[in-house]
Design a protein. Structure first.
Length: 125
């Protein structure tokens, strides 16, 4: 009976040593250059649900332009507020705020926006 209990202890001991090795290997990993958590909101001029998630063209805003012609555009405001413990290399990003105003244009298959303006909180250096 003692031999059986010792034989059963061997796999448990091997498992424990393996877990210790894996834990120490995980702690030796280099810290990544970038880590961030943030709160994000957006609002745009398109119909619900935003066609940018499902289509290649923005909403048709008929008659909205001064020429009363068909016009496709997606004008949007995107705001990001960086949370605690966020960094890029040695730079802390905590509390930084970024506002992006944009017009994604009409044809998203090109990968180009019509225009984009990025504004950083004045405290960001």
């Amino acid at each position: 009976m003692r031999i059986m209990s010792r034989l059963l202890m061997l796999p448990v001991l091997v498992l424990a040593v393996g877990l210790l090795f894996l834990d120490s290997a995980a702690q030796d990993k280099a810290k990544p250059d970038f880590d961030m958590n943030a709160t994000y909101i957006e609002a745009c001029s398109c119909d619900m649900f935003c066609p940018c998630y499902f289509n290649m063209h923005s909403t048709n805003h008929m008659g909205m332009s001064e020429h009363s012609m068909e016009e496709h555009f997606c004008r949007a405001n995107l705001v990001l507020k960086v949370g605690k413990d966020s960094y890029y290399k040695d730079v802390k990003l905590d509390g930084a705020k970024v506002w992006i105003a944009t017009d994604l244009g009409s044809d998203w298959s090109t990968g180009k926006d019509s225009w984009l303006v990025v504004n950083f909180d004045p405290s960001v250096t």
